[in-house]
Design a protein around this ligand. Structure first.
Ligand code: MLT
Length: 318
């Protein structure tokens, strides 16, 4: 860059591995804890904006960003970026489509096992000084049926790990390749009803789009076996939180493991807050991608793209 180096704003914590790539030729400013108003005020001077999921890159922010060439999302989902507005304004949006697949899949398995073996409850009880062995009898996953909605990169990785645990895996995904499913010994089912009725554990691995919003609600939960357990490490809103809470309270579901919520962080006193407090819910604060390895991957991935774009080259993904 012949003139002053382009300015990059990083308002969230990103792994330093990626940022180091940018620092040699760009002016990188890490400004954590910016309010939406502060972001709006300072954004006009930046050529690139690097975010995770907390910063809301809204239409007003994008319109105010006179010099912005690229918004990079260090992760898969671009839910917090107004991609339509960015496209209209000629601002490129890039993400990291594969950097955190392994982390999300491993977190799903970790939650499934925690739920099956009552690990959070046993841990909390022991730390309270109790020794309650008979209270925390779990179930094994070996020989059980795992139903997967969405056999994309994460869903397929979950399927392979679950096969390793001795589970039978059924999946519903109209776009899945039968050959890929067969290679992972996954049976593709043709209807949601079939998947729901067969699953001992049900896990969702879809984005939140119009067709997946509220796709598991009261009627769908009612079709699950009594005592079945459900997981959401994908996006809040794919499972209706009111219906999920009711299915736990009635005892119809044996448990729920939830990493993602309709509003993050959940609003106090909301249905999500009640779900979190439920004794048969195992919950984590959107930690699916929170591993050292995944954060290095996504940081390097998006920083390489930002560098290429600011050098006038094409992005590898959008
Ligand atoms: C993603 O979309 O990549 C994940 O939900 C993880 C994250 O939000 O950081």
């Amino acid at each position: 860059f012949k003139e002053a180096p382009p300015k990059v704003l990083v308002p969230e914590k990103l792994s330093p591995d990626g940022l180091a790539l940018l620092r040699s030729s760009l002016d990188v400013e890490e400004r954590k804890g910016l309010s939406p108003e502060e972001l709006l005020e300072i954004i006009p001077t930046y050529e690139a904006l690097l975010v995770r999921s907390e910063t809301k890159v809204t239409a007003p922010v994008l319109r105010a960003a006179r010099n912005l060439k690229v918004v990079a999302r260090a992760g898969v989902g671009v839910d917090n970026v107004d991609v339509e507005e960015a496209t209209k304004l000629g601002i490129v949006v890039v993400n990291s489509p594969s950097g955190n697949i392994g982390a999300a899949a491993e977190h799903t398995i970790a939650l499934m096992m925690s739920m099956a073996r009552k690990i959070p409850e046993g841990c909390a009880s022991l730390k309270e000084g109790k020794w309650e062995r008979s209270k925390f009898v779990g179930v094994e996953v070996k020989g059980k049926i795992l139903g997967i909605i969405g056999l994309g990169k994460v869903g397929l990785t979950v399927a392979r790990l679950a096969k390793g645990l001795g589970m039978t895996v059924n999946a519903l995904d109209p776009y899945a390749s039968p050959a890929v499913a067969a290679s992972a010994s996954v049976t593709l089912v043709s209807s949601l009803a079939e998947l729901l009725a067969s699953a001992d554990f049900l896990t969702i691995h879809t984005p939140l789009i119009a067709s997946t919003r509220g796709m598991i609600a009261e009627a769908e939960l009612a079709q699950m076996k009594p005592g079945a357990r459900i997981l959401n490490v994908a996006r809040g809103g794919t499972i209706d939180e009111v219906a999920l809470l009711a299915a736990l309270e009635s005892g119809h579901l044996g448990g729920a493991a939830v990493d993602v919520f309709t509003s993050e962080p959940p609003v106090p006193e909301s249905t999500a807050a009640k779900l979190i407090a439920h004794p048969r819910a195992v919950v984590t604060p959107h930690l699916g991608a929170s591993t050292v390895e995944a954060q290095e991957n996504v940081s390097v991935d998006v920083c390489e793209q930002v560098l290429e774009i600011l050098k006038g080259l094409l992005p590898r993904s959008a």
